[in-house]
Design a binder for this molecule. Structure first.
Ligand code: SF4
Length: 375
């Protein structure tokens, strides 16, 4: 029998598994803390575990790390790791240090089936979902590697925030995502507050509703367009879950969310979605004109990172700032994302990895689209 990967378990699942070995919950808690808080993978070194339990674990279980294929460190401190997930697939994680926090951007899938037009990962197609253990192995590695590398004092965390914004649509890998989130939040695990863990979605409406019930954390929504006509072209999932449904799910989510706003991500595409008139359409959309209630929100404007197959260009800086001003003048908190790790292709939408294209996404998306007209 193959050993069980203990990174696949949240604390309840580990407790149940230990129960099958005849062990009590406090033993599962000890084991969980060794793995996630101390970064230990060798059961023999888990000194306060009963010898009998260590004996049972040997051969029956393992802590399965991901193999690091490469690491790139940017001059601004950003670090990008490429991890091997087998079968010719790789995923990326990015550490973004700031004065008061360390954020890890985590991948949830090898590739992505959503196929957003401006996204390098989307152009790679979809290979497979990551397991809970593969999602957590990115955090496990980064946290414990960085503690040593940055020579952090005992008890200080390297990762204070996690954003599920790497490769993949996390809500299309829901059953693996939720246990991973629980480990991030667990005081015996990484102990992150719900406000410091963000799930970013392109708008999988039914799963937004489920996350609200199962494990509400901060939410970011990739909006990118003020109308269904344009969003259908930029974020194909919009054809299934159009804006009215998405915004309604966002409003409902806020009743359980740890923050009282949704962050809308908006990738600024030259001549496509960046006019002052479109900023005004966005205001109308979120402020409830047209009969729908308002959606409390912030906007994060993202400079596009061009890649040849997209046929799209980055909006000029003055146009981005003018767009931001229209939103700000309407009282909507709006930030323009700093580009980090530009020199190592770690910026948003550039996490491509080495994903096998099993959905022919290259052919579907590599059309000579230079300009997409707003409807
Ligand atoms: S932006 Fe997100 S949802 Fe869209 S293709 Fe890229 S990874 Fe997938």
């Amino acid at each position: 029998m193959n050993p069980v990967n203990l990174l696949d378990f949240d604390l309840d699942a580990l407790t149940a598994w230990c129960g099958e070995l005849g062990e009590k919950r406090f033993r599962a808690v000890q084991l969980f803390r060794w793995i996630h808080q101390k970064g230990e993978s060798d059961f023999a070194r888990m000194s306060d575990l009963a010898k009998s339990l260590r004996g049972k674990l040997a051969g029956a279980a393992m802590v399965q790390p991901l193999q690091v294929i490469s690491e790139q460190a940017s001059s601004d401190g950003t670090i990008k790791w490429l991890f091997d997930v087998g079968g010719g697939n790789a995923v990326e994680s990015v550490f973004i240090p700031e004065d008061d926090r360390g954020t890890l951007c985590v991948s949830s899938q090898a590739g992505c089936a959503v196929g957003c037009r401006f996204c390098s990962t989307g152009h790679q197609g979809f290979s497979r979902n990551l397991s809970t253990g593969e999602i957590l192995a990115q955090l496990w590695f980064a946290e414990h590697h960085l503690r040593t590398r940055l020579a952090l004092p005992a008890g200080e965390r390297a990762i204070t925030n996690v954003v599920m914004m790497g490769m993949g649509e996390p809500l299309q890998n829901y059953s693996a995502l939720v246990p991973a989130l629980r480990v991030m939040l667990d005081d015996h695990g990484y102990g992150l507050s719900r406000r410091r863990v963000t799930v970013s979605t392109s708008g999988v409406v039914p799963m937004i509703e489920r996350l609200q019930a199962d494990c509400p954390v901060a939410m970011a929504v990739s909006l990118h367009a003020p109308t269904d006509g344009l969003r259908d072209q930029l974020v194909p999932l919009n054809r299934k879950y159009p804006l009215a449904e998405l915004l309604s799910a966002c409003r409902a989510y806020l009743s359980a969310a740890p923050r009282d706003f949704i962050t809308f991500e908006y990738c600024m595409l030259d001549g496509v979605n960046d006019s002052p008139a479109q900023a005004q359409q966005l205001i109308d959309l979120v402020s409830g004109r047209g009969g729908q209630p308002r959606v409390p929100c912030k906007f994060n404007l993202i400079p596009f990172n061009p890649f040849p197959a997209s046929g799209l260009k980055r909006s000029p800086r003055d146009r981005v700032m003018a767009f931001a001003k229209v939103l700000q003048d309407a009282g909507i908190v709006t930030t323009v994302r700093k580009t980090r790790g530009d020199d190592i292709d770690a910026a948003c939408g550039q996490l491509a990895g080495e994903v096998q294209d099993r959905t022919n996404a290259q052919n579907r998306l590599t059309r000579p689209v230079i300009r997409i007209e707003a409807s």
